[in-house]
Ligand binder design. Structure first.
Ligand code: AMP
Length: 166
């Protein structure tokens, strides 16, 4: 059983997660568990349907090198790898290493991390020779077309993009 699942079960056993403090202090285990708890807590607050998430997504497995990916960039805060089902000649996913389920789950403390991601994205685009332009897309929730519950930025390029998107 993953740590994420354990955290969620703890949440269930200690009451309504929406009534618990955001800082993870209701979670008596390690600081990592506390951080995960924080993520669960804010996900529940911001997007109630995320309360059922197990937290361990395929992207977390890529971060942990449990499954392979074609990585094009990595630093201590983020990872970028080629999308397995590309929607453009160049299609890269840029993800924070921190497990944030969706853009709707961001909190004030994530501002620095988000600024870092937005600095990295143009750098990756340059490295991938997207000098004629590119598109950055973030899907959120079922109607937004999000299928993996780990925040990610699609970096798409290598062909003219149409508008509006489908
Ligand atoms: P979204 O629909 O916005 O949640 O985007 C998820 C993206 O992840 C899709 O474009 C998938 O093709 C991509 N994807 C899913 N699994 C993998 C994987 N193992 N490696 C690379 N990309 C993946």
């Amino acid at each position: 059983m993953s740590i994420g699942k354990i955290v969620i079960l703890s949440a269930v056993s200690i009451g309504d997660p929406r009534e618990l403090p955001l800082d993870g202090s209701a979670c008596s285990a390690s600081s990592t568990t506390g951080q995960r708890w924080q993520t669960v807590r804010r996900a529940v607050r911001n997007r109630p349907w995320e309360a059922s998430l197990t937290m361990t997504t395929i992207f977390k497995k890529i971060i942990d090198r449990e499954i392979p990916a074609e990585i094009v960039y990595e630093d201590d805060q983020c990872l970028a790898f080629r999308d397995v089902n590309p929607a453009a000649p160049t299609h890269v996913l840029v993800i924070p290493k921190q497990e944030i389920p969706a853009v709707s789950a961001l909190v004030d403390d994530d501002a620095e991390l988000m600024a870092h991601l937005w600095k990295v994205i143009p750098r990756i685009a340059r490295d991938l020779s997207l000098e004629d332009g590119y598109r950055v897309v973030v899907n959120c929730g079922p109607q937004g077309g999000q299928t993996v519950d780990h925040l990610h930025f699609h970096l798409l390029g290598g062909r003219p993009m149409t508008w509006p998107p489908g």
